[in-house]
Design a protein around this ligand. Structure first.
Ligand code: DGT
Ligand code: CA
Length: 574
């Protein structure tokens, strides 16, 4: 999908217009269009082919034309014009997360700073803080942004790369003479960010496979074209390595290239202790191959059962496997519901019917409709009166629905003082209350932690949504003592969310595992603002699996009735 590519162009146009001091509405229109494109799970090219671009929220006829231009020409004439008007150095500053166009321009104009290194130096020397409208906070933010930018170069969110990998796999399955095919590397382990796409195949006609591979429509550049390994760069700027391996070596190669490196090293060492050589070609005793056709044989050679890829990080999985206590990981098919979806009642774009229909297509049986609360005006927070209307609409929907049931919920803002954004008598009416921090990220750790703990201690709250607030490549987690938050959740029998929105994945794998070990239940929510985004549920499952979660650790595996019972039990209504 080229959604991200189009979104990037729109984001850049918005920033450039802002630098030029253009009409804020025009700037906002491009920003919104970019956000909605990023969040779209349908393929923008397909929508363009069908003439359905204006169905994307925020896209009118004008922007639809611009999307077509980007898809056809790879760029946008407006963007190229704007770029010519603005110095290249300033354009580079716009890549820094957290540094807006206005401030970037001011720094550039006032201090004449031309490189990222000089910008970092200026922050450390407190030259930025002296500029009008800036302060030490701005400097801190820029320094953090520079750090994120360095990390981001080369790594992308799993949710962005996984669909590309799947598209490429489908293409090869259909068009190339492949026998076995799999994606390996960090994608197979479902790591939250990914550097490149590693693909393995077996084939009787490797040359033909490689020819087909380099002919893939998205290939921008062929980096190396060989008979057993070919590397290309596909749009938008991701490297793909394709290896053709001998069927005898399939399992060994798959295990090797799945990694992680740390995990592989442990397995290899265990092999050495047994007098075995284990590499990407097989398991060898001396010169004799004793295994490697299947992945299981590699593990079996060192006395282990097969270990699911998501666990292969050398974080205790080898010890657990040796002792026969590998978790029976939760599976996507175990899930019955999505706990966190926004509807038209707040800033979502889909109706209750559309949400239910998409849930049905995913094989789900319930959805928590959790719109923002009244005070969160920027996100269409729902006033109490409209909330009661929503309650009636959901009851009415459920009466008619033979399939998917909707749950009347809210994502209630935790205000700066730790109180909740609806009065208790209103909260009591809401069947599913997930609380979340949306403002005051800059508060000290003590205060932020106290807010999260206060929310979890509130008798009418069920769960804490996106607990750390981090955005991959864009925003660091806020200062939160997560150990105390997890303790509070455990103590009050509350759940913590695994927010499955592709750039959140919050809790992450490590924290979700910590929560699980403390006996806290996890609740996966996609935070979908368009029904299609519920497809991100699979990313939430990936996090849960990397967190060693079993079926009973994840509340989404409960049936509708069981989940309603859990919601009541939390409130002591049982
Ligand atoms: P990435 O690409 O940074 O998102 O993460 P990976 O894990 O996909 O890393 P990548 O693509 O560099 O290599 C793929 C796998 O190949 C890696 O997970 C383990 C294996 N591998 C790569 N280099 C080495 C190595 O030096 N020793 C061992 N034992 N395995 C390696
Ligand atoms: Ca890789």
């Amino acid at each position: 999908m080229r959604n991200q590519e189009v979104a990037e162009v729109f984001k850049k146009v918005a920033a450039l217009l802002e630098i030029k001091g253009e009409n804020p509405y025009r700037v906002r229109a491009y920003q919104r269009a970019a956000q909605n494109l990023e969040a779209l799970t349908r393929d923008v090219e397909e929508l363009a082919r069908r003439g359905q671009l204006t169905r994307i929220p925020g896209i009118g006829a004008d922007l639809a034309g611009k999307i077509k231009e980007i898809l056809e020409t790879g760029t946008l004439s407006l963007y190229e014009e704007l770029k010519r008007e603005i110095p290249a150095e300033l354009l580079k500053f716009l890549e820094i997360p957290g540094l807006g166009p206005k401030k970037a321009k001011l720094i550039y104009d006032a201090l004449g700073i031309k490189t990222l290194e000089d910008l970092e130096k200026a922050c450390l020397e407190h030259k930025i803080a002296r500029l009008p409208g800036m302060g030490y906070k701005t400097e801190e933010k820029i320094l953090k942004g520079l750090k994120l930018l360095r990390e981001k170069i080369g790594r992308r969110p799993l949710g962005e790369v996984l669909p590309l990998a799947e598209e490429l796999l489908d293409y090869l399955r259909k068009k190339a003479p492949v026998d076995r095919i799999a994606v390996a590397g960090s994608i197979r382990r479902r790591r939250e960010t990914v550097k490149d796409i590693d693909i393995l195949v077996t084939s009787r006609n490797p040359l033909r496979v490689m020819e087909t591979f380099v002919a893939f429509g998205r290939v921008e550049e062929v980096l190396a074209h060989g008979e057993t390994k070919t590397s290309v760069r596909i749009s938008p700027g991701i490297q793909v390595d394709l290896r053709v391996v001998d069927p005898e070596c399939w399992g060994a190669a798959l295990a090797y290239f799945t990694g992680s490196k740390a995990h592989n090293i442990r397995i290899r060492e265990m092999g050495v202790e047994r007098g075995l050589k284990i590499n990407e070609y097989g398991v060898f005793r001396g010169d004799r191959r004793i295994g490697g056709r299947e992945e299981e044989e590699v593990f079996a050679a060192v006395g282990l059962p097969w270990i699911p890829p998501e666990l292969r990080e050398d974080r205790g999985e080898i010890e657990a496997a040796l002792e026969g206590r590998l978790p029976d990981l939760v599976k996507y098919e175990d899930l019955h519901g999505d706990a966190h979806v926004h509807s038209k009642y707040s800033d979502g774009h889909s109706s209750l019917e559309e949400i239910a229909a998409f849930a049905e297509s995913l094989g789900l049986s319930w959805v928590g409709i959790c719109d923002h609360s009244q005070g969160l005006k920027v996100a269409g927070g729902v006033p109490v009166e409209a909330l009661m209307e929503k309650k009636r609409a959901i009851e009415e929907f459920n009466r008619r629905s033979k399939g998917v049931k909707l749950i009347f919920g809210a994502e209630v803002d935790i205000r700066a003082d730790g109180t909740l954004d609806y009065p208790d008598e209103v909260l009591a009416e809401i069947d599913l209350v997930i609380a979340a921090i949306h403002t005051g990220f800059q508060q000290p750790e003590e205060q932020l932690t106290a807010r999260a703990v206060a929310a979890l201690s509130h008798p009418l709250v069920h769960a804490l949504a996106h607990p750390t607030g981090r955005l991959l490549g864009e925003r660091e987690p806020y200062a939160l003592d997560l150990t105390r938050v997890i303790e509070a959740a455990a103590g009050h029998g509350k759940a913590l969310e695994i927010n499955a929105f592709y750039n959140r994945l919050d809790l992450n794998d490590i924290h979700a595992r910590q929560a699980r070990e403390a006996g806290v239940k996890l609740l996966i929510g996609t935070d979908a603002h368009i029904a299609d985004q519920m497809a991100q549920l699979a990313l939430g499952v990936a996090v849960a699996r990397r967190a060693w979660c079993e079926k009973e650790d994840v509340l989404n595996t409960l049936s509708y009735e069981e989940f309603l019972d859990w919601l009541k039990k939390v409130r002591g209504q049982f």
